[in-house]
Every structure is written in structure tokens, then in C-alpha cells.
Design a protein around this ligand. Structure first.
Ligand code: NAD
Length: 254
């Protein structure tokens, strides 16, 4: 039996993964703003500290895996909340629990998005995230729109994963990210319901090469594999699970 900690385990992709892992007999410490073992608002410094302390208290002998899944959609407001939850909370929780994962030569899996490559790497907001300047990133993002706020946060978190793959591996932690495409969850429902982004989302869904929309299980199945011993040589991967959308948009990049 393995012991995992995860953020965003209440609903959607995280809820499905939590159920799959506990159904397989593993222990899961779930951190979420809605419901879970540790209730914490990851948009705040206090919430991130409560998350790290709460997991440490429940897993004194280390973690086999840590999954950073909590995230807000492009329709969340203020836009700075998206940067805070989707980027800064991920880095704070992963860094805060790294030693517990290293204790068991475990793995960290970050949930990015197939929207990440839609924002250029040199975008000022992405760069502010990567420099660790939360105040600057939050100020910059307020001048942008929901798509940039969301996809930029996912670009930043995927880049952070790649930049930290080597030091994490040397410390005994396998670091990876999953990049889901459009998936039927409460987050997606909010975007579909939005006056501005709803139609863009419907058009994007219609363009998915494999057709349709992922279920949370499509994504969680791959995440469960990436966390498992069978995947123990996967390190530094940005694993697209998106019905072929990224290959359609960027055929020459991989
Ligand atoms: P969801 O809304 O069902 O899940 C998000 C979870 O994060 C919820 O449990 C929510 O309570 C939690 N959360 C939100 N704000 C929080 C906060 N401040 N503090 C603590 N917890 C908070 O949506 P989902 O689609 O399952 O999203 C899971 C992850 O997948 C997110 O990171 C999202 O960006 C990513 N993703 C989703 C899609 C999609 O199409 N649904 C596509 C790509 C990536």
C-alpha cells in the first residue's frame, strides 16, 4: 500500500484519481478548499502552510507520491487568483513536501494543461511566475484575459517542472506533469457557461482529432500509471492526454 497526498481531490480529475487510488488500497491525504482531510485555501500563504503542515502531520514517514491537481478555470476572478492557485500554490506545496517524497524515492505529478504551449515562453506574466515574484505576476495578469491567465499559469508550471527535473531527480524525486485536454468536469462546466469563452470552448471541442471530450477517468488512468512503479523511469515528462489536439496544433514540436 502506498501513501499519496494530493491537492484538488474533491471533484473532477482529482476526485476520480483519489477514488481510483483508494479503491486500489492506497492511502490518500486529500487537500482541498471544499472537502478533504485538510481544508485549505491554496490561494493564500496561510492556506499553503496549512496544506504542508497538514500533510506532514499525517505522513511522518514520507510520501510515495504527491499530486498537485487543484486548479481554477479561465473564468475565475480576480485573474490573480488563477496565478495564485495554478502556479504559486503548486510550487509552494511541492517545495514544502519535497523532502517527504524524497524519503521514499517517490514521485511528484503536476497537472498542467494542453493549453500551456499556447502562451509563448517569454511572455512577461509567465516570466514573472517563474521568477517567483507573486506580487508582480498578480499585477501583470490583471491586465490580461482569462485565457492568458489560465494557459500562462499552466505554461509556467510545466516549465518549472522541466527546470527542476534534474535537481529533483538527484534528490530522489521523480517529477512529471500531465497535460489534459478538454475534460468533462465542474471546471469545464463553468467555462462552457461563460458568455465569452463558452463558444471558443465548444469550437475547440469540435476540433479534437480523436473526437469528443475526455472523462475524468481518461486522465486519472494515465496519472495512476505515471505514479506507479511501472512508470518508474518516466522523469521530466509533459504527458499530453488530449485526443491529439497538441499534435494537431504543433505537429513539429514535442
Ligand atoms: P475541478 O474544478 O473539478 O477540480 C479542481 C479542484 O481544485 C476542486 O476540487 C477545487 O475545490 C480545488 N480548488 C480550487 N481552488 C482551490 C483553492 N483555492 N484551494 C484549494 N483547492 C482548490 O476541475 P478539474 O477539471 O478536475 O481540474 C483539475 C485540474 O485539471 C486543474 O488543475 C485544471 O486546471 C486541470 N485541467 C483541467 C482540464 C479540463 O478540461 N477540465 C483541462 C486541462 C487541465
Amino acid at each position: 500500500m502506498a501513501i499519496y497526498a494530493m491537492t484538488g481531490g474533491a471533484t473532477g480529475i482529482g476526485g476520480e484519481l483519489r477514488q481510483q487510488l483508494t479503491g486500489a488500497g492506497h492511502q490518500v491525504i486529500s487537500v482541498d478548499i471544499k472537502e478533504g482531510d485538510v481544508i485549505a485555501d491554496l490561494s493564500t500563504a496561510e492556506g499553503r502552510k496549512a496544506a504542508v503542515d497538514g500533510v506532514r502531520e499525517r505522513a511522518p514517514d514520507g510520501l510515495d507520491g504527491l499530486i498537485a491537481c487543484a486548479g481554477l478555470p479561465p473564468v475565475a476572478r480576480p485573474l490573480s487568483l488563477i496565478a495564485q492557485v495554478n502556479y504559486f500554490a503548486v510550487v509552494a506545496v511541492v517545495e514544502g513536501l519535497k523532502d517527504l517524497v524524497a524519503q521514499r524515492r517517490g514521485t511528484v505529478l503536476i497537472v498542467s494543461s494542453n493549453s500551456a504551449p499556447m502562451i509563448p515562453a517569454d511572455d512577461a506574466y509567465v516570466q514573472a511566475c517563474l521568477s517567483g515574484d507573486e506580487a508582480a505576476a498578480c499585477a501583470l495578469v490583471e491586465e490580461r484575459d482569462g485565457h492568458v491567465a489560465y494557459a500562462g499559469s499552466k505554461r509556467a508550471v510545466a516549465t518549472w517542472m522541466r527546470r527542476n527535473t534534474v535537481p529533483y531527480a538527484k534528490a530522489g524525486v521523480r517529477l512529471n506533469a500531465v497535460a489534459p485536454g478538454i475534460t468533462q468536469t465542474p471546471l469545464t462546466d463553468q467555462v462552457f457557461a461563460d458568455e465569452q469563452l463558452g463558444q471558443t470552448m465548444r469550437d475547440f471541442q469540435a476540433s479534437v482529432p480523436w473526437g469528443g471530450m475526455a472523462s475524468p477517468a481518461h486522465i486519472a488512468n494515465v496519472m495512476r500509471f505515471m505514479l506507479s512503479e511501472e512508470a518508474s523511469f518516466i522523469c521530466g515528462a509533459m504527458f499530453f492526454v488530449d485526443g491529439g489536439s497538441d499534435a494537431m496544433l504543433r505537429p513539429d514540436h514535442f
